[in-house]
Design a protein around this ligand. Sequence first.
Ligand SMILES: *[C@@H]1O[C@H](CO)[C@@H](O)[C@H](O)[C@H]1NC(C)=O
Ligand SMILES: *[C@@H]1O[C@H](CO)[C@@H](O)[C@H](O)[C@H]1NC(C)=O
Ligand SMILES: *[C@@H]1O[C@H](CO)[C@@H](O)[C@H](O)[C@H]1NC(C)=O
Length: 366
Amino acid sequence: MLFNRLIPVFAAAVQALPQPASASCRDIQIPITVSTPRFILATSLKDDWDAAALSLNLTRRDFSKASDPLPISGSTAAAVKSTYTVGATLCGNGGPTLVLTHGIIESKLYWRPNFPGSEKYNFVDAAIAQGYSVLSYDRIGVGSSPKVNSFTDAQFQVEVAVLEGLVNYAKTKAHASKVALVGHSYGSYISSAAATHVAVDGLVLTGFSGTFDYFPPFIAGAGFRIAKLQNPARWGQLDSGYITSSDLYAETYVYYAAPYFEHSVAEWTYNVASEPFAVGELPSLLATNVSYSDIKAPVLVLQGQFDVSACGGNCVGVVNGTKDIFTGAKVLEYVDNLPAGHNLNFHKVAPQAFQKIFKFLKAQGV
Ligand SMILES: *[C@@H]1O[C@H](CO)[C@@H](O)[C@H](O)[C@H]1NC(C)=O
Ligand SMILES: *[C@@H]1O[C@H](CO)[C@@H](O)[C@H](O)[C@H]1NC(C)=O
Ligand SMILES: *[C@@H]1O[C@H](CO)[C@@H](O)[C@H](O)[C@H]1NC(C)=O
């Protein structure tokens, strides 16, 4: 398969490059204990017939209305306590620190890609060059983090608690003087929810508009498949509740906007970087009320204009709605028209997008 051939070539090429800024980075494992109730999912997934049925259930016209078919039958009466050893990468030695949370069908590689020519897409190196320390991590179930149960562990409120634990780690163990959360997509929801519970100095949201209205074209367009059946060599060890996209072009539709990206980059994200997400993640997000108005930190919403899941393919006239959501934020700025689709970091505009983030944070004293 293509990615099998490519990985050794990339690895060799990376070693031949001069030392990048991220030479100061190290991979670490951070044990995080969380205690939160779990939703009880009323769905089962064993094959692609079930994946198709779930897609219909999650995209029905009456979904998220009072009579909705959200596949949740309740939640545990008590909090469930778990400890996860989160796989993370820490760059720098404290001071102003950015904590990065990636989205679904991806991993922390989203922030720090490693293919030849990926320098301009490397958010972590750009942040280090601006004097930031950076903590990025794989969400539970993804990459270097444990392959948790896709129904009972990989749920939104659990992932929010994990991020809160990581913010605490940054402040107490990694010498962070200020902490800003930077999220992409599902990671923007996690970052927002964490910012309603823990004090942070800035919140930067990408692949996000605050509304779930445009999830259906994303869900239908991605063409959900059971990951372990789709690619047994790569994902055979996952339980059958882990889901991925149907093919390169389906993933391109939901994550990229032509002509603002290189095809080779979309090929790399699909063949090398993409990581399945868990069936528990979307229903638990949809069932949670995030109290955006409780967020006090300055907020930047930075959008590619042609984002499918956030804006139905056009963010102009949608992202302006965030000013009615973040009503308690000290500052709310939004950008709705960068020439990009959902995967902002992997479009040609990425370097300019990164600088907008740093400029915003520095203006807020981070
Ligand atoms: C989809 O919804 C139907 C009707 O509510 C339900 O019987 C079925 O189990 C659901 N399927 C999945 C995979 O969630
Ligand atoms: C979310 O808010 C709605 C409307 O205020 C309420 O009906 C619902 O029970 C809340 N859900 C949770 C999980 O708190
Ligand atoms: C956002 O912009 C659209 C289009 O101009 C407008 O219809 C809508 O009322 C605006 N929303 C807010 C909350 O300002």
